[in-house]
Design a protein around this ligand. Sequence first.
Ligand code: SF4
Length: 433
Amino acid sequence: MNINDYYGARLEPTGRVLRLVIDAVNECNLRCRYCHPGEVWRTQQLDAAVVQQAMTAADDAGTLEVVLTGGEMTMHHQLPAVLDSTHLLRRCASTLITNATLLTPEIQRQLAESNLTRICTSVDGITNDLHGSARGKNLPRVLDGLHRLAGTGKPTTVITVVHRGNWERAIELSGYLADRRLAVQHHLCAPSYSGQARENYPELALRKHEFHSVQTLVDEHQADLADRGVYLTFNSFWPATGLAPIRTGRTITLQQLSEQIKDTLCNIRPNGEFRLQATTWGREMVGNAALGSVHDQPPSRLLRNAESVLADGSAKQLPRDVEARHKFQIGTHFETEERQATDVLIGHADGNESDVELVPIRSVDKHWALDNPLDISQLAAELKTEPQDRRVLLHPTGVMLIFHRRHSLVTVLRPAEWNAVCRELATQERQPA
Ligand code: SF4
């Protein structure tokens, strides 16, 4: 079968929910100052059987990726059973997020033998001081964990929370990861005003000009790092500023897509609550975005409910700039009054009813990346590599998505552009090698 027929035979319909984040465990051994779960000392876990049901429901629904996280996922009492369940996934990618400080040789073996597609972990800087200023001075343990993750053979993504105390040297860490082949992706993200982290937020938060400075650093180093095998990106630039990074093209990470497009993400909390993410950030929720509990209804039914309220337009979102004002406290200078307005909005303080108006969700067909130029022949050439890792999906809005499972990257295309890619693939097939 030629490559064009290969993709034609694998064209799949998908729903709106492209990513399901399962917070399977509440507790954590660390106490990061920007931690959203906050109450990480409290034991609360989803049973492995429920996690399995949620994963298989996502797989059946055509969801692109399930994310197993917490708290610290390796503290789940039934970790081997949860990891076993990843073998039931036929097409949905699975990602595990860990702080990498508890990775024994036994856990390393379990991760290696799982069907996880990739593993994400957090490192905040190249020195113990930089890393530890908000995370605890545990860098040697984390680096040991990173080497163990490399030993699993799974692609690793390193996440760095860039804050006042570390952003200027974040790229040094990218170089370190590239030189030692410890990660294939390095994601920078800003802390947000959520959960227990609200108390520390004024000391950690990036100011508006610092969002621009971080993105400038990324723009300057992205191409070189890509050549060295590390995909560098700043997840919080568009959510905070509404500006598109200059080098993005048509491809962004699924994590970024799910943060930017509010009908693509659902979340199951350690207490079983199943949430739409349309009006949430971090652990905060504006109004009631909970559709029910996985303890009362099967996850498959909750996912179907999510699809139907997203399809009929009854679910709404905050305008991006309003969300940015509250999530990143942009433009507030952390005045008590402004913080109080956010606390009222998210139900953490009494006050007059918020006058924030929710608006219809802008779905994938309105994504800004669709306005970026597309190099048809380059995309066709890329599709010829690792075809078994890619899914081609028709979104309910008519937009085409190409998903690279191991890299968790999504390329957005209009249908006519996909047809042009197919024609180009056919042309390239006919050319002698
Ligand atoms: S941010 Fe993550 S690693 Fe840090 S305390 Fe919270 S759950 Fe643990």
